[in-house]
Design a protein around this ligand. Structure first.
Ligand code: FAD
Ligand code: NAP
Length: 337
């Protein structure tokens, strides 16, 4: 059974701070609320909301917005080397990271301070500072909206890719993630390959870092580089980093000698989207309350009262401009509602 509210403002529950309404809104607090009968009574379509940190609202949201607030973190089993931890989908991601660090369980410390909920983490296979969440996911439990059964799939069945998974593809729109089981290590292998982490540890004279030191470094770097959504509305990286063929990359290099790149499996090359956007002069662009962040061109921002449609339109202009110059079609990472 759900308690339905009409015309609920979503302004405070989307990190872009866009002022739009949900025509119908309700909260999911317990799994027991999920019955075929209760769900069928909700005006459709159903939009599942976590922390609202990866969406752009472009108008009033019709149907029903269901906010996932399922809570709980528990240990399922442990061995001398590792521990299986199940976290409910509505848990705040960073709280789970802090819980793992508090127990000295490694694996997700590089993903500190990523906004949003645990349930959204597998959907785009959240990643940062050289780590993707797929490396620690054991199993995902979800409610199948087609046959109203609770099901689970293991990591191998999730088709995880760069900011991608089965939840954005075959299963899209047909599920509510209920919980995620993580396999964390009692003998953490630190991941310091991402240059900025080592530099931050060096800055503090830390020679033998712990997982807590790594998380603190990531937190400091993030705070210094990224806009705080509580101050300036944003949804993190608006676009994915494009992955292009080696031939295309070589062609671009003849004209743009300094183009940065990172090798990707399958003889492909990842080019930082932020660099491409910056080359086209968009960094720091502002028109009214919409703009491109002055320190990170990958982040579109709302300085106050920008509408979602305006931000979407700006993203379209950026896509066209990058395509014209580099023949690369940027894809949006943020989900457009
Ligand atoms: P929402 O925005 O609420 O939802 C995103 C999508 O997932 C929607 O389509 C929604 O319908 C669906 N969804 C959410 N929960 C469920 C559920 N339980 N069941 C079914 N569908 C669901 N991302 C990274 O990968 N790496 C980063 O480093 C990173 N940094 C960021 C920094 C900032 C400042 C911000 C604002 C965002 C950043 N992001 C980053 C993006 C964002 O934090 C992640 O995508 C996060 O996982 C979104 O979680 P959420 O709960 O807010 O999802
Ligand atoms: P950055 O360190 O300035 O690097 C720019 C880009 O180059 C990143 O997007 C990153 O790709 C790539 N890169 C840098 N060093 C790399 C390495 N050693 N190996 C492979 N790729 C490398 O990026 P930033 O904007 O400050 O972000 C830092 C990290 O936080 C990145 O991992 C980024 O993905 C993550 N982040 C994500 C979001 C989001 O909303 N998705 C928002 C903020 C930060 P990758 O993105 O593939 O790592």
């Amino acid at each position: 059974m759900f308690h339905l509210h009409s015309n609920q403002s979503l302004r405070l529950i989307n990190t872009f701070g866009v002022d739009e309404m949900a025509v119908n809104f309700c909260s999911l607090d317990e799994e027991a609320q999920l019955t075929e009968d209760a769900l069928n009574k909700l005006p459709g379509p159903l939009h599942v909301l976590g922390g609202g940190s990866n969406i752009l609202l472009t108008g009033p949201v019709g149907g029903t917005v269901l906010r996932n607030q399922l809570k709980g973190i528990k240990v399922i089993s442990e061995s001398a080397e590792s521990v299986l931890v199940e976290a409910a989908a509505g848990e705040i991601w960073h709280d789970l990271v802090l819980y793992a660090i508090g127990n000295n369980w490694g694996g997700i410390e590089n993903l500190a301070l990523i906004p949003g909920t645990v349930g959204a983490a597998p959907i785009q296979n959240i990643g940062a500072y050289g780590v993707e969440v797929k490396e620690t996911i054991d199993r995902v439990w979800y409610y199948d909206l087609k046959d109203h059964q609770i099901k689970s799939i293991n990591a191998g069945e999730c088709s995880f890719g760069y900011r991608d998974s089965v939840f954005k593809q075959e299963l899209k729109g047909g599920y509510i993630i209920l919980s995620v089981i993580f396999k964390l290590s009692k003998m953490p292998q630190l991941r310091l390959d991402y240059g900025a982490i080592r530099a931050e540890l060096d800055k503090h004279g830390i020679k033998m870092p712990t997982i807590s030191d790594v998380a603190q470094s990531v937190i400091s770097i993030r705070r210094s580089k990224l806009p705080d959504p509580l101050v300036t509305g944003n949804a993190g990286s608006f676009f994915k980093n494009p992955v292009i063929s080696e031939d295309h990359f070589e062609e671009l290099k003849t004209e743009h000698e300094d183009i940065p790149s990172f090798p990707v499996a399958g003889s492909k090359v990842k080019v930082p989207a932020g660099w491409l956007i910056e080359q086209d002069g968009w960094k720091g662009y502002r028109d009214g309350d919409k703009g491109v962040h002055p320190h990170q061109a990958l982040v579109l921002v709302n300085y106050g009262n920008a509408g979602g449609k305006e931000i979407l339109e700006l993203s379209e202009r950026i896509i066209n401009s990058v395509h014209k110059r580099f023949k690369i079609k940027l894809e949006r990472e943020v989900q457009i509602w």
